[in-house]
Design a protein around this ligand. Structure first.
Ligand code: ATP
Ligand code: MG
Length: 250
């Protein structure tokens, strides 16, 4: 199963979610690939790789490099990564002129995906052609939603984009779930936003709500997912539960 982690809003927890669900599923014995589709390369550095070392998604998308040559193991057993590079930003300029411009990533990942139980695509904060490529390459869309006012703003545009990709480019695409992130039990707004999102998307919202947890924010600077940085913190507990939900939803 291939998941695109998408929200055009920046800083809502996409990378944190991609890295930590991927690590939890690998820890549970699954073969997992994380594909960094964001030129910011936060998932790449967050898993301890030096950005710029070896081939990346930029080489795959822009130059037709074989993804199997770019994939690398991480310190987490069972978790591989296809790293990113800032050059991937050039895709917004060059991809529009490419043949099968919406399918470049899907075509590249197809031979690779069969070797994994789960593939997660960490997307940039936009709905541009790079994100459309990720949606075309995926079976499911997972949408992290930050617990703050305006959380719902932009979600309808996101859902319209997903529907458009499903109707015209990838009929198998489904929304796999909305995940509430950075919940702060001390503030009323956090609870209000969860209620509001559940009201709009009752079936789609994950039961687990990810709390605001400083260990989740610290872990990337140590190049680790939270389950190895601090396996018993509230953030690790939450992402283990999210991973279980992902596994059971299929
Ligand atoms: N549950 C959480 N508790 C505390 N901090 C968090 C949590 N989730 C994410 N963060 C922090 O918030 C910031 C934004 O998170 P993250 O990078 O995952 O978002 P993003 O959606 O991938 O951002 P971008 O749109 O720039 O790619 C990061 O500094 C991250 O460490
Ligand atoms: Mg990110």
């Amino acid at each position: 199963m291939i998941y695109a982690i998408v929200n055009q809003k920046g800083g809502v927890g996409k990378t944190t979610t991609a890295v930590n669900i991927a690590a939890c599923l690998a820890e549970a014995g699954r073969r997992v690939l994380l594909v960094d589709v964001d030129p910011q390369a936060n998932a790449t550095s967050g898993l301890g790789l030096s950005v710029g070392e070896g081939l990346s998604t930029a080489d795959v998308v822009l130059d037709g490099a074989a993804p199997s040559d770019a994939v690398r193991p991480t310190a987490i057993g069972g978790l591989d990564i296809l790293p990113s590079h800032p050059d991937l930003a050039g895709a917004t300029v060059t991809l529009p002129g490419a043949a099968r411009r919406e399918h470049v990533l899907a075509d590249a990942l197809r031979p690779l995906a069969a070797a994994y139980d789960y593939v997660f695509l960490d997307c940039p904060p936009s709905l541009d052609l790079l994100t459309v490529n990720a949606l075309v390459a995926s079976d499911r869309v997972l949408v992290p939603v930050q617990c703050e006012y305006y959380a719902l703003e932009g979600l309808s545009r996101l859902m319209t984009t997903v529907a458009g990709v499903r109707d015209h480019l990838n009929p198998g695409l489904r929304v796999g779930g909305l995940l509430m992130t950075m919940h702060d039990a001390r503030t009323r707004v956090s609870g209000d936003v969860v209620t509001e999102v559940r009201r709009h998307f009752p079936e789609l919202t994950f039961h687990t709500v990810v709390p605001r947890n400083v260990r989740l924010a610290e872990a990337p600077s140590h190049g680790e997912p939270v389950i190895s940085y601090d396996p018993h913190c509230a953030g690790a507990d939450a992402y283990f539960e999210v991973a279980k939900e992902v596994a059971s939803r299929g």
